[in-house]
Design a protein around this ligand. Sequence first.
Ligand code: HEM
Length: 408
Amino acid sequence: MTTSTAPSAGDLFAQVLRQDHRADPYPSYARMRRRPVDRLDDGSWLVSGYREIRQLLHDPRSSADRLDPQNKIPKAARSLLMQDPPLHDQLRRVVTEEFIPRIMGMRDHLGELVARLLDAHIGDGPGRLDVVADLAYPLPVTVICELLGVPPEDEALFGSLARRLTRGLDPVDTQTEEELRALDEARGELVAYLEGLIAERRTDPGDDLLSGLMFHPDPDEVMNPVQLRVTLGLLLIAGHETTVNLIANGTLALLRNPDVLARLRADPDLATPLVEEVLRYDPPVQMSARSALADIDIAGTTIPRGSRIRLMLAAGNRDAMRFDDPDRFVPDRADNAHLGFGGGLHYCIGATLARAEAQIAFTALARRLQAPRLVTDPPPYRENAILRGPERLLVAFDGLSPDHAPAT
Ligand code: HEM
C-alpha cells in the first residue's frame, strides 16, 4: 500500500521558487489554492486565493513593510512601494503628477520604436528573432530611459545594473553568498550613477521626469535627496524588468495559440483585452508581500499581528472561484479583474504605459511576422521567481512584412 501525503504549504512555496518549476509553476499554485490561506513553518502566511489576496491588498491593516529580516535599508530610505500612508500617499502623488502627463500621447512614438526594432530584422526571406533581446527588453528600456532623462549612451549600463538588481527581489535564502555580494555591488553602482545624474540635473534641468520630480511645484511635496534617488531607482527597475516579461509571456501565449494570433492579425482591437488576459494568465509579477498591522480574520483563520504575508498574485489569477475555465487563454475574456498590477493603494503606477507598450508590440508582431513559430518550447527561463519570464524567446519566421503593410 502506498501512502501519499499532500505537500505542505512550505513544500509548494519552495517549488515555485525552484528553477525547475519556472517554466510552469501553475500546477503548484493550483495545489496551494486548496488552502487559500496557509501558514508556513517560518511563521509567514501564504495566500493564494483570488478573494483573499484582493481582500488583503485593500485592507488598511496590511502594511507594505514586508518585515524582511534581510532588508537592511532603513525604513525612511525605502521606496514608496514599501511605505504606508501617509508617506506613501504623499510620494505617490508627486510621482503620479509627474509621470502620467508624460506618458499621455506616447502611442505614436511607441509605434515608431517597435517598428524600428522589428525593421532591423527585415531580410530576404526566412529569419529568426529573439523576442526578448530584440524587442521585449529594448522597448521598455528605451522608453523609461527617455522618460526619466537617462542619456541614451547610458542605457546599456543601466540595463545590466537592472538585471543584476532584480535578482535581489527574490527571497534571500534562494541566493548564494556570491550572488548577495554581487547584489550589494550593483546597488552601490546604481546609487553612484543616480547621484551623478541628479547632480547634473540640479544645475542643468530638462523637461524629463527626473527634473519634474526635483522641481515639483508644491514645495511641501518636493522629495528629499534620498527619496528622490530611491524613487528613481524604483521607476528604473519597474520600467526595465516587468514589461519585458509581459511582452515575452504574451508572445509565447500567442505562438502557442495560433488561432488567437490569426484573430489578432485580422482584428488589432483584440490587443486591448488580450493584454489583460496575458496579465491574468501568465503575469510578469508573480507574487508580492505584506505584513499584518493587527490580527486579520480571513478565510476562517486569523493571521496574527506582526506576521509576514506572501500574496501569490499568479495563483489568484487562476482561481476557478473567480474566473471561468481559468487555465485557458481566452483573449477576449469578459470581467477580467486580474491581479497582474496588484490592487489597492499600491496599484501599479506604470500600468497604462505597460499596457500600451504590449498592445503595440503584439499587434506589430501579428501583422508583420509571416508564419512565426517557436524554436524552443518551453523557452529557457530567467532565474527570477518573482519577476518571472523567459530568458530568450527564439521565433523563426518565413518573412517580415514592412511596417504599415496591409494585413494579409
Ligand atoms: C507589465 C508591466 C508591469 C507589471 C506587471 C507591474 C506590476 C506591478 C505590481 C503587481 C505592483 C504592486 C506591487 C505591490 O502591491 O506590492 C506594481 C507597483 C508599481 N509599479 Fe508596476 N508593473 C509594471 C510596469 C511598471 C512600469 C513600466 C512602471 C514605471 C515605469 C511601474 C511602476 C510601478 C510603481 C512605481 C509601483 C509602486 C506603486 C505604489 O507602491 O504605490 N510599473 N507594479
